[in-house]
Design a protein around this ligand. Structure first.
Ligand code: PLP
Length: 404
């Protein structure tokens, strides 16, 4: 084998990378399950999993083996040929999602692009010239032009005008605002929301998941497509395979990505009911979408989630962590909310520097979103000992931070 050894990165030295990320001055060279390791062997507990991506933990042996074997066999042909692993991956994903048709993409934003195109096609087939999609405030749908236009965050859009048109924004959870929009816009074709807003601070609607049921009813009434962005909430993250499965409804269009490849870049846009068949030959495509290798990874990730009862574990461990945190913080002005392994801890003050404190002093990787929400996205298959390890590092970190 041809081994190349890299010189260590000096974080104060300039590089050729575009400065699109404010990077922390640390790099990990190895991972195993719930833990990450630096070059010198220091161990960190990873309660972020590459932002809800490595749900099965790092270097999962079954996934690693599937990647290695397929990489040494056949990586890519083209979607102009039959790809049995893609057919099998779609079958698996249909099984766990309740959806009928699947298009594989390479990222979350691309999956949402597919959803937006489906909504427009749906409109155009009804002769609607300027179809509109209802989207929510504080949402995040991606960084491409259409998905940043759908996103409810001015910082994401700043500098990129003119935006893609055709979006109507309403407050998250506000059904009356949707009804109001329906009165003024006869050309609405779809609603696109996240079941739980991830970047927005781990927020469900004030009425909880019944918001999704109310949206479903409105979509039925007006003949709109109900489209859910489960890029982050999908693949077992919330203690169901998809978050909408906490309810009795099914969306017409469902998107996912992050946890679907456990780190391999893949995404999917899925349809059922009246959204089926809208995209046909020539109307959508992707060179890399659903390669042999990517499809085998998707198949293996879903199969492993099923065989290792990962969704049940995410539900159980998530409840346990939330319960323990609520007990630990019950004297403090802290709100803990979460579903499965998607947990937000809202502090009474901005806490961006907690990311550095937990990392350096407690060897714990977390993230802060919406200014004052500590976001935990741990591996879905964490053991109880590891969950206790997480709690024992995080609780004193937050207590000391608030006391300081
Ligand atoms: C991460 C995320 C996206 C964008 O996914 P990318 O793979 O970064 O393009 C879209 N929607 C939600 C809800 C996300 O969490």
């Amino acid at each position: 084998m041809n081994h190349i050894t890299l010189a260590p990165v000096q974080s104060d030295q300039p590089t050729h990378l575009m400065a699109t990320y404010g990077r922390q001055a640390i790099s990990f060279v190895r991972g195993r399950g719930s833990y990450l390791y630096t070059e010198d062997g220091t161990e960190y507990l990873d309660a972020l999993t590459g932002i809800a991506v490595c749900g099965l933990g790092h270097a999962h042996s079954v996934i690693a083996e599937a990647i290695a074997e397929q990489a040494a066999t056949l990586v890519h042909t083209s979607n102009i040929f039959e790809i049995p692993w893609q057919t099998a991956a779609a079958q698996k994903l249909a099984e766990v999602s309740g959806m009928q048709e699947i298009f594989f993409s390479n990222s979350g934003a691309e999956s949402n692009e597919g959803a937006i195109k489906i909504a427009r096609k749906y409109g155009s087939q009804q002769g609607i010239q300027h179809p509109k999609i209802i989207v929510a405030e504080k949402s995040f749908h991606g960084r491409t032009l259409a998905t940043l236009s759908a996103t409810g965050n001015a910082k994401v859009q700043e500098g990129f005008f003119p935006l893609v048109e055709g979006f109507i924004r309403v407050p998250f959870g506000d059904i009356e605002a949707i009804q109001e929009a329906a009165l003024h816009h006869p050309d609405i074709v779809a609603i696109l929301v996240e079941p739980i807003q991830g970047e927005g601070g781990i927020n469900t609607a004030p009425q909880g998941f019944s918001y999704l049921e109310e949206i479903r009813a409105l979509c039925n009434q007006h003949n709109w497509l109900m489209m859910l962005d489960e890029i982050q909430t999908g693949n077992g993250r919330t203690g169901k395979f998809f978050a909408y499965q906490h309810t009795n409804i099914t969306p017409d269009v469902l998107t996912t990505a992050k946890g679907l490849g456990n780190g391999f870049p893949v995404g999917a846009v899925m349809t059922q009911g009246k959204a089926v068949g809208l995209l046909g030959p020539g109307s959508h495509g992707s060179t890399y979408g659903g390669t042999v290798l990517g499809s085998r990874v998707v198949y293996t990730v879903i199969d492993t989630i099923q065989k290792e009862n990962v969704v049940e574990n995410a539900d159980k461990m998530g409840r346990y962590i939330v319960e323990q945190l609520r007990q630990a913080f019950n004297e403090l002005d802290i709100q803990v909310r979460g579903f499965g392994m998607m947990i937000g801890i809202e502090l009474p003050k901005p806490c961006a520097e907690l990311v550095n404190i937990t990392r350096d002093e407690y060897k714990l990787i977390v993230n802060v979103t919406a200014g004052n929400v500590v976001r935990l996205l741990p591996p879905l298959n964490m053991s109880k000992d590891q969950a206790d390890d997480l709690i024992n590092r995080l609780v004193p970190a937050i207590q000391n931070f608030l006391a300081a």
